[in-house]
Design a protein around this ligand. Structure first.
Ligand SMILES: NC(=O)c1ccc[n+]([C@@H]2O[C@H](COP(=O)([O-])OP(=O)(O)OC[C@H]3O[C@@H](n4cnc5c(N)ncnc54)[C@H](O)[C@@H]3O)[C@@H](O)[C@H]2O)c1
Length: 402
């Protein structure tokens, strides 16, 4: 099987890659029937020379490869017909701006495997960049906190060469006795937790967090049943929440009352209650001043996130009174960091982490007859231009009817 590491062509340029040079070698060593061709790229974090040094001389024509491995959406005119492609297509939730992409995939008889569709039978995802989103998001939140309170000046994550340099920067901080709340229990939340734990911030129980005062910075990590409660008072499990989110109301304000810095790392389903509303932000009980919204659902569950921000300009202020944007240094401002492509700020580590997951969970499926059904579950389109059964719900989207 011939795999190609394709060049990223989306704008703004994304420097990540599925397999860094050393990992290409590892794949070929573990799977002697696998061979990898690298498409030349001048924007990748890992330079063409680095691939060449590992024995992978980059080339410009990869049409003889069968499986194309990329990160971001491939522009329609760059899609090579009759191949298998792996990339984030952002089509499974029917994003209107990618309808043409899915139409082209079908027209070109491409088998599409979206990285988001690579899951366990339970549906939980096997691969992703979430860990690095959490890591960079928590770091960026500390940058924002330092700016807002004139406490420190940290370099942007994108200017650091790797996670270890990021940790060195964090080691310089002298944290005040603040309370930090972190939501979620997936890859993002665990990535953010790595940063809090690296800073040796004490993790406390919900009871302690809500009721006690501390002389040092503390954090509390909460999940859906901590920040939501059933309207009828019953206490059931998180699966009840996942299936019946409409039966719940937010119970987040008790955290907002005591929190200085909030890191949003949860997954939000549209039928769930907002964590806090614009009205909640106006309340005297709302004390959050800095929000690192990694979840980044716009104008939704974290009401002060009124737009995504960018790596170039990551922080803005939200004025609860006017419900609009203001200078983040304004006294009234809740500081919001809502960059929606955080892992791009740490392309080396993010690529290495992603490559490890891809090697562990996806590559074996090509050589073991897909015994765990990973490829079968992930396959969205067939080589004769049809949606697979699992993704047949996208037909109306493809047809332009919704
Ligand atoms: N800002 C960025 O750059 C960036 C990057 C990656 C991910 N994200 C976002 O961060 C969020 C979390 O991503 P992740 O990688 O941690 O996801 P994940 O798949 O690793 O974890 C999701 C968690 O949510 C739980 N969950 C499942 N269904 C749920 C439901 N209906 N309601 C609430 N929770 C549910 C799961 O049990 C799991 O613990 C997502 O919204 C994702 O889009 C943002």
């Amino acid at each position: 099987m011939k795999f190609s590491i394709i060049k990223e062509r989306k704008n703004p340029p994304d420097r990540r890659v599925v397999f860094p040079p050393a990992m290409c070698k590892e794949v070929e060593q573990k799977y002697p029937d696998a061979s990898i061709e690298v498409e030349s790229s001048d924007i990748r974090f890992f330079k063409d020379e680095q691939y060449a040094q590992e024995g992978f001389m980059p080339i410009t024509d990869v049409t003889d490869c069968e499986v194309m491995l990329g990160v971001k959406e491939v522009p329609v005119d760059a899609l090579i017909p009759n191949k298998k492609y792996f990339f984030f297509s952002h089509t499974i939730k029917k994003a209107p701006y990618n309808r043409k992409l899915l139409q082209a995939v079908l027209a070109k008889n491409i088998e599409l495997y979206d990285h988001e569709t690579i899951t366990k039978p339970s549906g939980s995802r096997l691969i992703g960049f979430g860990r690095y989103a959490g890591i960079v998001g928590a770091y960026n939140g500390f940058i924002a906190y330092g700016k807002k309170y004139n406490l420190w000046n940290m370099p942007k994550a994108e200017h650091l060469s790797n996670l270890s340099e990021m940790k060195q920067e964090l080691d310089k901080l002298e944290l005040p006795a603040i309370k930090i709340c972190l939501t979620g229990n997936g890859k993002v939340a665990h990535g953010a937790k790595e940063i809090l734990d690296h800073l040796k911030i004490k993790e406390v129980t919900i009871e302690q967090y809500l009721n006690d005062s501390f002389s040092e910075a503390v954090y509390c990590k909460i999940d859906v049943l901590d920040y939501n409660k059933r309207k009828d008072g019953q206490v059931l499990d998180k699966y009840d929440f996942y299936n019946n989110a409409g039966e719940y109301e937010s119970n987040f304000m008790r955290f907002a009352k005591v929190t200085n810095y909030f890191i949003a790392g949860h997954f939000y389903d549209n039928s769930a209650p907002f964590l806090f509303t614009r009205e909640d932000c106006k309340s005297e009980d709302f004390n959050i001043k800095v929000v690192a919204d990694v979840s980044c659902d716009i104008d939704g569950p974290v009401a002060c996130t009124i737009r995504p921000s960018t790596i170039a300009d990551p922080i803005y202020g939200y004025d609860p009174e006017t419900e609009s944007e203001i200078d983040f240094m304004d006294e009234r401002a809740i500081v919001v960091m809502a960059v929606d492509n955080l892992p791009c700020e740490l392309p080396k580590d993010a690529s290495e982490g992603f490559g490890e997951m891809f090697l562990e969970h996806v590559i074996p499926a090509f050589y073991n007859g897909d015994k765990d059904g990973v490829l079968e579950r992930a396959k969205m389109t067939t080589s004769d231009g049809k949606l697979t059964e699992r993704y047949a719900y996208l037909q109306d989207y493809v047809d332009g009817k919704e």
